[in-house]
Design a protein around this ligand. Structure first.
Ligand code: AMP
Length: 191
């Protein structure tokens, strides 16, 4: 059975790592909008150049750019098995856009899973990741901006999914394997 999932959570909550692991466990692709943007940035495509200006400031890439990219990705054949979206949707407009993209195909989202993590831990993890991965947007001022954008634009998404009984919350504090096990458990009833 195909599962269509969205993984939510603040930057630094382990979303990216967990999306990849869960996707493998479920046999569906993990689709990370941030990773697609970074790949385009590295290849110096037009999309990468546009996105890069916003990413380096910790701001959201404009919806029309992001939505078009996601629509294109969701039209690829591997998505028939389902998907885990990581980093999309990131505001209420993108929630509506995702609904519309799926409705066009006669589909709907199964579940949004929110990884929760204490604010202090988030900053600590992001600064550690900055040292390890050297991501350009993991410097302290950009991290603060990304967290502010998260609180203002992305956090309200949880409420929107909760209102339609499509939200599950998972504690993101713990080892990668502990959190992965919690996520797999939450996916069982939906699958
Ligand atoms: P991430 O890897 O998910 O933390 O994303 C890195 C950056 O890519 C974000 O700070 C945004 O600038 C951009 N980005 C990723 N996903 C989206 C999205 N759904 N909407 C707008 N911008 C995004």
């Amino acid at each position: 059975m195909s599962l269509r999932l969205v993984l939510l959570g603040p930057p630094g909550s382990g979303k990216g790592t967990q999306a990849v692991g869960l996707a493998e466990a479920l046999g569906v692709p993990a689709i990370s909008t941030g990773a697609i943007f970074r790949d385009n940035l590295a290849r110096e495509t037009e999309l990468g150049k546009t996105a890069g200006q916003y990413m380096s400031a910790g701001q959201l890439v404009p919806d029309e750019v992001t939505n078009a990219m996601v629509a294109d990705r969701l039209s690829q054949p591997d998505v028939a098995a389902g998907f885990i979206l990581d980093g999309y949707p990131r505001n209420l407009e993108q929630v509506a856009e995702l609904d519309a993209m799926l409705a066009e195909r006669g589909l709907e989202l199964d579940l949004a899973i929110e990884l929760t993590l204490d604010h202090g831990l988030v900053i600590e993890r992001l600064l550690r990741r900055a040292e390890i991965e050297g991501r350009a947007d993991d410097t302290e001022p950009v991290i603060r901006e990304r967290l502010a954008v998260y609180r203002q634009s992305t956090e309200p998404i949880s409420g929107a999914y909760a209102a339609r009984s499509k939200l599950a919350s998972v504690d993101g504090d713990g080892s990668i394997e502990d959190v992965a096990a919690r996520l797999r458990k939450v996916c069982q009833p939906a699958g």
